[in-house]
Design a binder for this molecule. Structure first.
Ligand code: DC
Length: 241
């Protein structure tokens, strides 16, 4: 816990939602480190289900029965790997799948499986349990609207689709993978945005009481500092004089 932050309250939940490529994961990871909070990347849960389902399928489509059965039965957990800090690793049925779930194909399949109501229902309790393990920051699409509508603080990150595609491109390159051309990545991001925000169940949406932060022209450090200052200001308010 940041020693300058005198938080008396326990069980704080902070929600960070927003579309793909707004920097949610990096921002949440750094913010959690600075504040000593638990970081929960809820997108990784949908990605892990998509990855497991894809491994049992030939095509590039995951049907609802398969995805829901996996979401109900798979054992998903986050663990810190001391050799691979600071990344929080995700394990599915005992195997570390972290390195396989960030490809463009799994991104699209994760978006598809996340539109299935039974998948969302199966992962809801898990997300709430993870968020209630201690002070935590959860990132996703519906944290502030569905998973933790009473979260202490909510943020909604945005950025232009060009900037988001550019960030994804750099991320894929940095991870040593093949990166499709920027124009293709932009199309994929826009397709995923549409899919995530137009689905019937828990669509990507800003909670009414969330603070929007447009990160298009901000550096990662600026975004983290903006959120950190806001959080500290919020929790330093004291009702006792
Ligand atoms: O945040 P991400 O790009 O890793 O998420 C992958 C997909 O999972 C995303 O396209 C939509 C879905 N998702 C969701 O529906 N709800 C969440 N809370 C998190 C992710």
């Amino acid at each position: 816990m940041d020693e300058n932050m005198h938080i008396l309250k326990q069980g704080i939940v902070i929600a960070i939602d927003g579309p793909a490529g707004t920097g949610k994961s990096s921002v949440t990871r750094l913010l959690a480190e600075r504040l000593g909070f638990i970081h929960i990347d809820t997108g990784a849960l949908y990605r892990a289900i998509a990855y497991l389902a894809h491994g049992q399928n030939d095509g590039n489509n995951v049907l609802e029965p398969k995805a829901s059965q996996l979401a109900k039965t798979a054992h998903l957990e986050f663990k810190l790997n001391p050799k691979l800090v600071p990344v929080n690793r995700i394990f599915a049925n005992g195997s570390d799948v972290t390195d396989f779930i960030r490809t463009p194909l799994i991104s699209m399949l994760a978006s598809q499986v996340s539109s299935y109501s039974q998948v969302r229902a199966a992962l809801l309790g898990l997300q709430r349990r993870l968020g209630c393990q201690g002070n935590s920051i959860l990132e996703g699409r519906d944290i502030g609207t569905v998973i933790f509508p009473d979260a202490d603080l909510k943020f909604f990150l945005t950025a232009s689709s060009f900037e988001r595609a550019r960030r994804r491109f750099l991320e894929l390159k940095e991870n040593g993978g093949d990166a499709p051309p920027l124009s293709e990545l932009k199309k994929q991001i826009q397709k995923r945005d549409l899919q995530d925000s137009s689905r019937a169940v828990a669509p990507l949406k800003k909670a009414q009481d969330a603070l929007t932060v447009n990160t298009t022209k901000m550096t990662l450090d600026e975004v983290v500092s903006t959120l950190e200052n806001r959080i500290k200001k919020y929790f330093s308010k004291s009702t006792c004089k």
